[in-house]
Ligand binder design. Structure first.
Ligand code: FAD
Length: 278
């Protein structure tokens, strides 16, 4: 479909010696012509240099707009300014402003004294101090800490009103959650461009890890895929790709144009999905 707005997400390599391979992965992904590629940020900010380095490669070597994820829960204002300055130096001008989860090393005292309480505080700070384009996260099945979807949406509105006009969603497997979420967000007055987060599940094991990290519901259709193909890696890979393709085609049929693929740094799987939706 011509009105597809495709973006991809990658994570930086853990070790310095893995950078050449990460660059090769990005070279392959760049051939899919995404509108932007976002780069995750290690919990607590321990690996911010790697995020900056990969975001720079995407922006400057591949000439694709890059979005650097940035979490604030374990960072001071000065830490954030330091990362922002590193990003500026390498011409990266887009940030996905996140609160992040509480790092395990933070004591109660440190956590309670943190300088940024929510992502909205980071958005407000970055708006005041920088001219970066700001993205935010959103949760079609509600963020796990929010007492209700209504409260979550109220805070999402505060976040977008503070200055982040583009939202990338948590991954989901059941499109109905996303459709209901869009409707409620609109009613709540959230004004933003939405990108639906889609993660292909290509092994049975991956589903368990993904669900425990994201809390996303597993619809019967996906559970059936795992039950049928889970023991056969090649069939499971293909079935997982087909599931992601049909999920995206259904989103497109419902008028959703922003698709953010969690690439898991797997260019072949990502390319097969893109071939199936374009
Ligand atoms: P927030 O927007 O601050 O929301 C967190 C909770 O606080 C919600 O329940 C919200 O309703 C509530 N809340 C907000 N404002 C208020 C208020 N004023 N009063 C009371 N409650 C309030 N994590 C990483 O560590 N690295 C990454 O690279 C990363 N990438 C991500 C990419 C995407 C697209 C998404 C969706 C998430 C990503 N995460 C990442 C995970 C994210 O850090 C966690 O989900 C975190 O728990 C919430 O971050 P947030 O920015 O959505 O928080």
């Amino acid at each position: 479909m011509s009105n597809l707005h495709l973006s991809l997400e990658v994570f930086p390599p853990k070790k310095e010696e893995d950078f050449p391979n990460a660059h090769a992965v990005l070279d392959s992904l760049s051939k899919l012509n995404p509108e932007f590629i976002s780069v995750t940020y290690g919990a607590g900010g321990s690996n911010s240099k790697k995020t900056v380095e990969i975001a720079s490669y995407i922006q400057n070597t591949l000439n694709i707009p890059s979005v650097a994820h940035l979490t604030c829960v374990g960072n001071t204002k000065q830490d954030i300014l330091n990362v922002v300055n590193e990003l500026k130096k390498v011409n990266v001008s887009r940030i996905l402003a996140l609160r992040g989860d509480r790092p395990s090393y933070m004591t109660d005292e440190q956590f309670n004294a943190r300088e940024f309480t929510y992502a909205t505080d980071l958005v407000t700070f970055l708006k005041e101090k920088t001219d970066f384009t700001l993205f935010g996260g959103c949760y079609p099945e509600k963020h796990f800490e929010a007492p209700s979807m209504e409260e979550d949406l109220q805070h999402l509105k505060e976040k977008t009103d503070a200055g982040c006009g583009i939202l990338i969603s948590q991954l989901f497997f059941d499109n109905d959650f996303f459709y209901r979420f869009l409707e409620k967000a609109q009613k709540a007055g959230v004004k933003a461009d939405f990108h639906a987060g889609i993660m292909p599940i290509t092994t049975a094991k991956q589903l368990g890890t993904t669900v425990s990290l994201s809390g996303s519901s597993v619809p019967k259709k996906l559970a059936d895929v795992i039950a049928t193909y889970g023991d056969n890696p090649e069939d499971m890979r293909k079935a997982g790709i087909d599931f992601a393709i049909s999920q995206i085609l259904d989103l497109q049929a419902h008028g959703v144009t922003g698709i953010h693929l969690y690439s898991m740094n797997k260019p072949k799987v990502t390319a097969e999905i893109v071939a199936g939706i374009r």
